[in-house]
Structures are given as C-alpha cells and as structure tokens.
Write a protein that binds this ligand. Structure first.
Ligand SMILES: [Zn+2]
Length: 147
C-alpha cells in the first residue's frame, strides 16, 4: 500500500483502517461469478425446496433482454440476464428461486406459484422487477422534481 509521507503513526493506522474498509465495501459490491452463482442456487434449493431442485450450472448471459432468467430442466442449467447485476440481492435470489422452481414444475400454473410461496420476498421482488420494466418504458424526463 502506498502511504502518504509525513503521517504520524496514529494517522497512518487510521488511514490503513479507512482503506481496508473501502476495499471491503468494493468487495461486497462485486458481482458473483458463475461458480459462486451456482453455489448460491444450490443453497437456495436446499433452503426453499429441500434440495429437490438440482441446478448443475448457473451463468450470466448478455443476450437475454426480455427475460430475467431462463432454464433448461433436462440439463439443470439456469441463465440469468446480466441486467440483474447491481440489483438487490433479494431480487437476484428471487429470479434464481423462480428458475429453480421451473426445474421442478414447467409453466406458471398454481403448482408453480405454490412452490414460490416458500420464498418470503417473492411479491416484493416481482414488484421491483415490474418497476424496472415500467421505468424503462417511461419517457426519459429531466431530473425528478418534488412537488
Ligand atoms: Zn417462469
């Protein structure tokens, strides 16, 4: 680490602490890689579906702009749109849980949504994603005003 000259030992110590905090903050904001994503999906399956959904691979894709996620049940593969990157963790988890449920039940019938009830933030995450879609369709206004 490059430390500015003329720091007292106490200042130096404080500066190092601040820099380490900043690094830790950057670290936590970093996007999960594909293998971490796969592990996360496996943990979510354990937690909400008793491990019945068995994701073999989860990866980010950039060619998926109209869907947040998709899956191939015969392969156990799940793909997530890169547009989810930077969204809250509970939203990404919801899309993972949604695709995991599709490994068990195709389509969006009552059986599917009953499975999704296991994930407590389903409604909130769906609302968030609907909001993102709606915002994309709004004309781009200059900075919002409070009135
Ligand atoms: Zn679906």
């Amino acid at each position: 680490m490059l430390i500015p000259a003329r720091m007292s030992e106490a200042e130096e110590q404080r500066w190092v602490t601040v820099m380490l905090d900043k690094l830790a903050a950057q670290e936590s904001k970093r996007v999960l890689g594909d293998s971490a994503l796969t592990e996360r999906a496996q943990r979510l399956s354990e937690q909400y579906f008793g491990g019945r959904a068995r994701p073999a691979s989860v990866r980010w894709v950039t060619n998926q702009n109209t869907r947040w996620g998709s899956c191939t049940p015969s392969e156990g593969s799940i793909r997530l749109s890169h547009r989810l990157q930077g969204m809250p963790e509970y939203v990404v988890d919801y899309v993972l849980v949604h695709e995991l449920a599709h490994l068990l039940v195709p389509g969006h019938g009552p059986r599917f949504w009953r499975l999704l009830e296991a994930y407590p933030r389903t409604e909130r995450a769906r609302g968030y994603l609907e909001g993102v879609v709606a915002a994309d369709r709004l004309p781009h206004l200059p900075a919002a005003r409070e009135e």
